[in-house]
Design a protein around this ligand. Sequence first.
Ligand code: PEP
Ligand code: MN
Length: 358
Amino acid sequence: MSFFNTARPFIIAGPCSAESREQLLETAGAIAPLGIQLFRAGVWKSRTRPGTFEGNGEPALQWLQEVKKQYNLPVAVEVAETTHIELALKYGIDVLWIGARTTVNPFQVQNLADALRGTNVPVLVKNPVNTDVDLWQGAIERFTKVGLTDVGAIHRGFTGYSSAGGYRNQPNWPIPIELKRRMPDLAMICDPSHITGNRSRVAEIAQKAMDMHFSGLMIETHPRPDEAWSDAAQQVTPAALATLLQNLVIRAEFTSDMSSQVQLEYLRQLMDNMDAEIIDLVSRRMELSDQMGDVKKAGNLTAFQPGRWRDMVENICEKAIAHRLPKEFIVQLYEMIHHESIRRQLAILEGRENEIKK
Ligand code: PEP
Ligand code: MN
């Protein structure tokens, strides 16, 4: 059983950076009673620009040792160098996480994995800053290949030039979902602090992650966020963390409550029947399209007719609006259907009818 599945949600909280012994003990004292599972603090900070606070290093590991002892709370730090791993293990750090800027570099990830060979420390791998699910999966595999059995993932969003949606890092939800599809047993923790970059939106993303069946959350927490030495805008107070956790609705994938189970089964059956009807309709629509292909061939007409496509888009958009469906969604759906129609008609025009049923 993975350490990260010992609670749902599995809550990791603590400051972005370990600033002082007092700050760590004060934060831990305020959040340990909330029943969190793991205390986080950055000790080596990989910063975008030089000249900013880069972490307190080894002395901060001693402070974390104190937190661990005084509050009986497992502790986690980010490691980016093999020397970080040696020191973290020397001070009894329980969990290591790999930062987004490290995950992008397979050479470095391999160095870190090699340094962990022979241990069985739980490791969490943040997504790479770029939207590459293979790179994220590859980094996780480098750790499991050296024999680590408890490797999880942290979704912290993807860095880009755009701040669309007001996010610091774009969530791109399909990427963590795809990783979960490929690795179903993987613990997936969401880091709403780095996704939003804004403490007023942390709760909203935390709830969304729980509704997407994530395993847990990593939330940056500071007693006086505005005075934080790093990531001030996104850290929440211990009181705000308490409210967030209290208000979090945890929904299950399965239920032993027969009435919801039965209702769900009933709705699923209706939906399966409807899918059969949709496929039947699509197939009949393709037959019409094939007949049109014959007419176009006889009349020496093109398969694709831009004017007709424009009229169709207008028509389906009107219907989408009437049914309160997003226009973009309906147009995308029809682009696929229309594309298949055209493929079949081209085959008819060019005498390749045998390709139609492929
Ligand atoms: C952090 O967790 O403080 C951190 C530096 O995160 P990331 O690697 O996601 O930028
Ligand atoms: Mn941070």
